[in-house]
Design a protein around this ligand. Structure first.
Ligand code: SAM
Length: 203
């Protein structure tokens, strides 16, 4: 899936002015993708706080230890993302990440989630399934790799729930703040959104 390289490329497209010190990942799973990302960026990002939000508690001690070794204080937050979006938290993040997560939602929940991200974070990257015929075909060809019917069905469902064109940008809140937004296809199966606030209020 090239998840790490696609994520790194999306982050580079943000042209961040400074290394992020406070990062939240929504739907973080076991946190190992974020660990690989922060390992890859360790020479340019010195560390700070990472919040790994997920409805399940999946972050192992080993992952926490490895993140701490890279200079990151870890908070694994077990929470429902929609409840997080609806909560009146006054928190701020330099960067919010999601991978294979937004496609679990549809408007109005998805719209509410993006509005909360835009209100609380200065930059956002989402890497999601790309909804197109090629991805659909590939999900069926998984049989050639020995995938069982359930796995193929899950893959096809994810593709159908994925995104295309500028569907995520269209849901991004049209507030007073200006954002630089790029939404694009990342070969072979990924749909990315990279958004950065142009004027950061608290700097
Ligand atoms: C496909 S996994 C992706 C995990 C990780 N981002 C990655 O790419 O390796 C989706 C994750 O989203 C989480 N998730 C789904 N719906 C959620 C919700 N409403 N609130 C919080 N987490 C949720 C799941 O528990 C799961 O860990």
């Amino acid at each position: 899936m090239r998840s790490l390289s696609i994520l790194l490329r999306a982050i580079s497209r943000l042209h961040l002015q400074a290394p992020p010190r406070r990062i939240i990942e929504l739907g973080a799973g076991d946190g190992t993708l974020l660990l690989r990302l922060l390992r890859a960026l360790r020479t340019s990002w010195p560390g700070g706080d990472v919040i790994l939000l997920d409805q399940h508690d999946l972050v192992s001690e080993a992952t926490r230890t490895d993140l701490a070794r890279l200079g990151w204080t870890v908070q694994a937050l077990r929470a429902d993302a929609i409840e997080w979006a609806r909560s009146a938290r006054g928190e701020r993040f330099d960067l919010c990440l999601t991978t294979l997560f937004l496609h679990h939602f549809r408007p109005p929940d998805l719209t509410e989630l993006l509005a909360a991200v835009a209100a609380r974070a200065d930059a956002f990257v989402a890497c999601e399934p790309r909804r197109n015929a090629f991805s659909r075909l590939a999900s069926q060809l998984l049989i050639l790799l020995g995938a069982n019917e359930i796995t193929r069905h899950d893959a096809a469902t994810s593709v159908d729930a994925g995104f295309a064109a500028r569907e995520l940008s269209a849901l991004w809140p049209q507030g007073a703040d200006a954002w630089r937004i790029e939404e694009y296809f990342a070969y072979p199966f990924t749909h990315c959104l990279a958004a950065r606030r142009l004027i950061v209020p608290h700097q």
